[in-house]
Design a protein around this ligand. Structure first.
Ligand code: UT7
Length: 325
């Protein structure tokens, strides 16, 4: 049996429409919502985000990212025997965006399903794919994070609408005799449902509740820094590694202050932190694979580097994946 799973290719995709803080602030001002580039940059580190056009879905964004990851891995869609899409903004109530994406890739037959763990979705999906590969249920998986968070934003709520963006990232994860994924760590605590949620549902042909994102930013902030440190340490311990072994920390890209706080707690220098939140905003489940692919294509992350991927978000959910790239 295969001992490990290993990332053999990465890809990502951002919808072309880029909206700077100044542009967003001007649009919001027209509706009487006051914000500024300065506030957004100082509190979050975000300078711009991408928004998908109204007819573009998560599976559309995910398809571009998947094709680019396949190309990087030197694989064809027909080589793939498992597709997992992490998303909280699926194309439909059902079927899964993964099944829709599978058809768009022109393949059929292999298992395809979505994982819903909000901003921790990608580390959840990667952990599931790793387990399925190590137990022999799959040998070449596409693991994708894809989101159109712009659809669930309340553009009258300045405390949330300036934070999020759309995009997708993907990896090809393959069976390997050498590592690969070294250790994983996942958690959830449902008592925190209310601090970050979209409290709506479809029922009897109508939306029941509120279909727009609600967040208690400060509560999320405090929890995030604590659990990200804990989960990184737990993952290192499982792998028998230490902080000093980490070449790159790739945390969920929500707020530069959370990311810097985590790096500091782990005593990692800031130049080991991959940062894309400035250009992407928070793309939820897409943020980690987007950041990973950007770092690979920039030549920051190189083959053999040890990476700590960390997610945190609604649920409350959190977790980490330590891997040799
Ligand atoms: O992906 C899931 C993970 N999500 C997160 O990680 C988000 C975590 N939370 C955060 O990143 C931060 O808490 C925020 C960026 C959401 C907020 O930053 P903060 O430093 O906690 O600000 P705050 O909520 O304490 O607000 C400070 C002030 C308030 O005004 P008053 O009450 O002091 O007069 C807000 O009304 O800033 C005001 N404010 C804004 N002002 C201009 C809030 N949003 C804005 C805005 N523009 N967009």
């Amino acid at each position: 049996m295969t001992k490990y799973s290993r990332i053999t290719g990465t890809g990502s995709y951002l919808p072309p429409k880029r909206v700077t803080n100044a542009e967003l602030a001007a649009q919001l001002a027209a509706d009487g919502v006051e914000t500024s580039d300065q506030w957004i940059v100082e509190r979050t580190g975000i300078r711009a985000r991408h928004f998908a056009e109204a007819d573009v879905t998560s599976s559309d964004l995910g398809l571009h990212a998947a094709r680019s990851a396949l190309e990087a891995a030197g694989r064809q869609p027909s080589d793939i025997d498992l597709i997992i899409v992490a998303t909280s903004t699926p194309d439909m109530v059902f079927p899964s965006s993964a099944a829709i994406l599978q058809h768009k890739l022109g393949i059929a037959g292999c298992p395809a399903f979505d994982v819903q763990a909000v901003c921790s979705g990608f580390v959840y999906a990667l952990t599931v794919a790793d387990a399925m590969i190590r137990t022999g249920s799959a040998s070449k998986a596409l693991v994708i994070g894809a989101e159109v968070f712009s659809r669930i934003l309340d553009f009258k709520d300045r405390t949330t609408c300036v934070l999020f963006g759309d995009g997708a990232g993907a990896v090809v994860l393959e069976a390997s005799d050498t590592p690969g994924i070294l250790a994983t760590d996942l958690h959830a605590d449902g008592k925190y449902v209310g601090i970050l949620c979209v409290p709506g549902n479809v029922s009897g042909g109508k939306v029941l509740g509120d279909p727009l994102l609600k967040m208690d930013g400060q509560a999320v902030f405090k929890l995030a820094v604590g659990v990200l440190e804990e989960s990184a340490r737990a993952t290192l311990q499982k792998a028998g590694r230490t902080e000093a072994d980490i070449d790159w920390l790739i945390p969920h890209q929500a707020n530069i202050r959370i990311m810097q706080g985590t790096a500091k707690k782990l005593k990692l220098p800031m130049d080991k932190l991959v940062v894309t939140v400035d250009q992407h905003g928070n793309t939820s489940a897409a943020s980690i694979p987007l950041a990973l692919d950007a770092a690979v294509r920039k030549g920051q992350v190189k083959k053999g580097d040890t990476l700590m991927l960390e997610g945190v978000g609604g649920g409350f959910t959190w977790g980490a994946v330590l891997l040799d790239f």
